[in-house]
Write a protein that binds this ligand. Structure first.
Ligand code: SAH
Ligand code: SF4
Length: 382
């Protein structure tokens, strides 16, 4: 018998098509989505308002298959990080960040990343593979329902109110899997999040930003990290393909359909590299003045160090001075609070290291990291 279909792979259109394929009415897809995503039920037998005949058809043909949890770590500040096994010696990380008025889940889109930014632990690891829609959705499915059970929330109250695609990987280099996952997050019969509360963060895959604008315009964050092309080429190698002028022009187009009237600009503060007064002034000149100006909010991220980066975090007084220049220049500029550093859950520290050393050792014998990275880069779509 063929492999059962994992229903986490489908957005509602996909579920509808699947129901039709089984000879079932379209509205069954809505019922299924509600059981799976709103109520966290994986067992078809427990889906009491589905016709017995449909439950029988699903049993054996389909499953709701979550990702195996390799580990869970809780930070003193309430942040929780999970490591999920995605097979083949790969694992991805998901981080839950509770705040007074919201619960944010930071989700991974790829095992590793092909962009290779200098300051990012995932980038240093190289690219292994794209996650499927089901693997992206499984992170949200698990976190929402595991936490809802633990926190004794009343029926229907959500724990995760915001999703940020800021975990491992470049979401716009996994576009085909990303979009159905975003649609499920927005679906009233799925996770019911508003477009403003779902953010895609990108290092600047220009053609895919344009496609997202047409297909599923959610909030957009762009990882800029430098006010000019020469420095950005060094920090974010994708800049050589899509330089700043093109990136900002695409962002301006995105605003026509974006759920917010600004783009978030992320800027990782690296000691002595991009954090000087002159960089702040150049950033103002770029984003506020002239032909490339963009309605935006700047979010400074103090660099989170990891071994092998060779980079240092800007001292906090430097971050504050930089923020002040930008604010005095009239742009909104905030400094991101670092959360979960005691469990290496902060931005850019996610490396998805599998605990099982024998499997990791095996993988390294078969494919030395450098070679694997190069091979994978040529496969990546952008
Ligand atoms: N690939 C996407 C999303 C994942 S990274 C992107 O690059 O936007 C999420 C954010 O964390 C990005 O802004 C990224 O630049 C930033 N980041 C990466 N490594 C970091 C580090 N070591 N310290 C602080 N921020 C980092
Ligand atoms: Fe990839 Fe984003 Fe890390 Fe750059 S910062 S290597 S794009 S995950």
């Amino acid at each position: 018998m063929s492999q059962p279909v994992n229903l986490l792979e489908f957005d509602r259109d996909g579920l509808t098509a699947y129901c039709e394929q089984l000879g079932e009415k379209r509205f069954r897809a809505t019922q299924l989505a509600r059981w799976i995503h709103q109520r966290g039920v994986a067992d078809f037998a427990a889906m009491s308002d589905l016709a017995k005949s449909l439950r029988d058809k699903l049993a054996g043909r389909a499953v709701v298959a979550p990702l195996p949890v390799v580990s869970e770590q809780a930070s003193a500040d309430g942040t929780i990080k999970w490591l999920f096994d995605v097979g083949g010696g790969n694992a991805v990380e998901t981080v839950y960040i509770p705040e007074d008025d919201r619960g944010t889940l930071c989700i991974s889109s790829q095992a590793g990343c092909a962009v290779g930014c200098r300051f990012c632990s995932t980038g240093h690891q190289g690219f292994s593979r794209n996650l499927t829609t089901g693997e992206i959705v499984a992170q949200l499915w698990y976190a929402e329902h595991a936490l809802r059970g633990r926190q004794n929330r009343p029926e229907g109250e959500r724990v995760i109110t915001n999703v940020v695609m800021m975990g491992m990987g470049e979401p716009l280099q996994n576009y085909a899997a990303l979009v159905p996952a975003l649609r499920l997050m927005l679906d009233d019969h799925g996770y019911g999040l508003s477009r403003r509360r779902v953010t895609v963060s990108t290092s600047g895959v220009v053609p895919m930003i344009d496609r997202l604008r047409d297909d599923c315009p959610v909030a957009l964050a762009v990882s800029l990290h430098a006010p000019g092309d020469a420095l950005r080429n060094e920090l974010v190698p994708l800049n050589r393909k899509y330089p700043i002028a093109e990136l900002l022009a695409t962002c301006r187009r995105y605003l026509d359909k974006a759920p917010r009237d600004f783009i978030t600009i992320e800027y990782c503060m690296l000691d002595g590299v991009n954090d000087q007064d002159e960089h702040a002034h150049q950033l103002l000149a770029l984003l506020r003045d002239g032909p490339q100006a963009l309605p935006c909010k700047i979010n400074l991220i103090p660099f989170n160090p990891f071994p092998q980066s060779g980079l240092k975090r800007s001292p906090m007084p430097r971050v504050a001075a930089f923020a002040r220049i930008v604010q005095d220049g009239g742009l909104v500029c905030t400094v991101r609070k670092t959360r979960g550093d005691d469990i290496d859950a902060a931005c850019g520290q996610l490396a998805g290291e599998v605990q099982d050393r024998t499997r990791v050792a095996l993988r390294m014998v078969r494919a030395p990291v450098g070679k694997r990275t190069r091979a994978a880069r040529s496969e990546s779509p952008a």
